[in-house]
Design a protein around this ligand. Structure first.
Ligand SMILES: [Zn+2]
Length: 453
C-alpha cells in the first residue's frame, strides 16, 4: 500500500520529465536524410539483368524515385550524393535460416553466460550487416533482446525476424539435455537451455500451445518446431518423426490465431508429410525428401527453406561422433533435394544455418554463391532477395518490419548494396563484401560508404 502511494505521488514528476524529454527530442529532430545514388545500374531483386545507367533517390527509409534523368536534390547537410560510377545497386541480402545467437558462440558457451553470449552475438550481428545481410529470419535462439537493441540503434545489425526458442519433444532435435537430466516432470523445473529461451521441450498439445504462445508474447514473427531428427542434437536419430500430428496442429492453431505461421525442421519424407498434414506452411531443410514428397510440397504451395550446407560444417563434427554419423547421412541429400526443388518448381527460400563457427559465418556470402551449383547467379540472387522477402511477409500482422523488402523499386524500403562490379556475371563478388560492397544501406541509413568523403 505504502509502495503504491509512493508510486502514485511520483507519477506527476515522471510525467513532467517525460514531457520535457519529448519536447527536446522534437526540437532536435534532424532533417530527413536523403541519399542520391547517381549513375548506377540496378539489379532489382527480381529480374535477370541490370538496368541501363540510372539514378536512385532515397528519402527517409524509402526508395522515392528511380530515373535515368538527373534527379535534383538540395545539397543540405542531410543529403549524401554517391557517385556510383556505373556500379551495381542491388537489394540488401536476406538469410532465411540464421541463428543470430548461435552462429559464432561455441556449443559449450551457447547455454552459458547470457551477457557474454549477447555481446558475442551483437558483434556478429554487426559483421552480418557488414557482409551485406540487411535482414535475417532467426529460426531458433534467445534473440529478442538482440533484435530490440538493433531496432533501437544500440547495436548495428540486420533486421531480425525472431522465432524465439526452438520447440521440440523429449529427445527431439533441439533437446540438448543429458541422460542425467531425466526424467522430466511436466510442469516441473526448466533446464538451463529452456530458461534462457534457446530451445524448449513440449510433450503434449497443451504444452505445445503454452510454449508457442510464450514465443508469440515475446514478439516471435513466426514459430519454429522440429518435426524430425537433426544432426547436432545428441539423442534424435535422423529417421525419427518427433511431434504427433495433434501436437503440431496445436502449434499451427496457436500461430494461426495470431495471424502467423509455423515453420518445421524436417529432413525425411515422413517428417515433412506429418508437418504438412498438420498445417505447417514452411519446411526447413527437406534434405532427404523423395520425389513424391517434393511433388506434395509443390502441390500444396508449401515453402521450402533450403541450405547449401558447406562440407566444412559436416567435417566440423569430430569423426566417430554421433553428430558426424548423422551429418554423413544427411549431406548426400543436399544436391538431390535442390534438384527436386527445381524439378517441381517448389517455392524455395535460401539460408545458411551456420552454427558455432565465426569462420563459417564469414562465409555467408560464399555459401550463397555456392547456389550456382544449381542456379544461375541471377536466380540465386533473386532467391536471397525478393523471394526470401516473400517468405518473411508470411508472418502477416506479426511482421515486425511491414515495408516492402528485397527489391529495388519505388516505394520499397531502402536496404541497398552498391557492388563494385556485376554480380550477375560474377557472383563471387558477394563472397568478398569487405572489398566489393562500397556502400551498405539499411532502412535508408548508410552503414558503410567508401566512396563519398
Ligand atoms: Zn537451423
Amino acid at each position: 500500500m505504502m509502495y503504491l502511494r509512493r508510486l502514485v505521488s511520483a507519477a506527476p514528476v515522471c510525467v513532467l520529465i517525460l514531457s520535457a524529454l519529448s519536447a527536446s527530442a522534437a526540437h532536435a529532430q534532424p532533417a530527413t536524410a536523403v541519399t542520391l545514388f547517381n549513375n548506377v545500374r540496378v539489379f532489382d531483386g527480381k529480374g535477370s539483368s541490370l538496368s541501363e545507367p540510372t539514378n536512385v533517390l532515397v528519402r527517409g527509409n524509402l526508395i522515392e524515385r528511380i530515373s535515368p534523368s538527373p534527379i535534383p536534390v538540395d545539397r543540405s547537410a542531410a543529403t549524401t550524393i554517391v557517385d556510383g560510377g556505373g556500379r551495381t545497386l542491388m537489394p540488401g541480402l536476406i538469410d532465411n535460416h540464421w541463428h543470430a545467437m548461435l552462429a559464432r558462440t561455441s556449443p559449450a558457451e551457447a547455454f552459458g553466460d547470457v551477457g557474454f553470449n549477447n555481446l558475442v552475438a551483437g558483434d556478429e550481428a554487426t559483421d552480418t550487416l557488414m557482409r551485406g545481410f540487411t535482414t535475417v529470419r532467426d529460426v531458433g535462439g534467445p534473440v529478442f533482446g538482440l533484435k530490440r537493441a538493433i531496432d533501437q540503434g544500440i547495436v548495428k545489425g540486420p533486421r531480425i525476424y525472431p522465432s524465439g526458442a526452438m520447440i521440440t519433444v523429449t529427445s527431439g532435435h533441439g533437446d540438448f539435455r543429458q541422460l542425467t537430466d531425466l526424467p522430466r516432470t511436466i510442469g516441473g523445473m526448466l533446464t538451463r537451455m529452456e530458461q534462457i529461451g534457446g530451445a524448449i521441450v513440449a510433450d503434449s498439445p497443451d504444452e505445445v500451445r503454452v510454449r508457442v504462445r510464450e514465443q508469440l508474447m515475446q514478439g516471435a514473427s513466426q514459430v519454429k518446431l522440429t518435426a524430425g531428427g537433426g544432426v547436432s542434437s545428441p539423442f534424435s536419430p535422423i529417421d525419427v518423426t518427433t511431434f504427433t500430428e495433434a501436437e503440431l496442429r496445436a502449434a499451427v492453431e496457436a500461430a494461426d490465431n495470431w495471424g502467423t505461421y509455423v515453420t518445421a525442421h524436417a529432413f525425411t519424407p515422413n517428417a515433412i508429410r506429418g508437418a504438412i498434414a498438420a498445417g505447417v506452411k514452411c519446411i526447413e531443410h527437406g534434405t532427404l525428401m523423395d520425389d513424391a514428397t517434393a511433388r506434395l510440397i509443390a502441390e500444396k504451395g508449401i515453402w521450402l527453406s533450403q541450405q547449401p550446407l558447406p562440407d566444412a560444417l559436416r567435417t566440423g563434427f569430430p569423426e566417430g561422433s554421433v553428430q558426424r554419423a548423422k551429418a554423413d547421412e544427411v549431406w548426400p541429400g543436399i544436391a538431390k533435394s535442390y534438384e527436386l526443388a527445381k524439378k517441381y518448381k517448389i517455392k524455395t527460400a535460401w539460408g545458411t544455418d551456420v552454427l558455432f563457427s565465426r569462420a563459417l559465418a564469414q562465409q555467408q556470402g560464399a555459401i550463397l554463391a555456392s547456389l550456382t551449383r544449381w542456379y544461375t547467379p541471377a536466380e540465386a540472387l533473386v532467391m536471397a532477395t525478393s523471394t526470401n522477402a516473400e517468405l518473411l511477409a508470411l508472418s502477416g500482422k506479426r511482421n515486425p518490419y511491414p515495408g516492402k523488402l528485397g527489391v529495388v523499386e519505388q516505394g520499397a524500403v531502402a536496404d541497398l548494396l552498391l557492388v563494385d562490379g556485376n554480380p550477375l556475371n560474377n557472383i563471387d563478388l558477394i563472397a568478398d563484401p569487405a572489398n566489393n560492397f562500397k556502400v551498405i544501406m539499411k532502412d535508408g541509413k548508410i552503414y558503410k560508404n567508401t566512396l563519398t568523403k
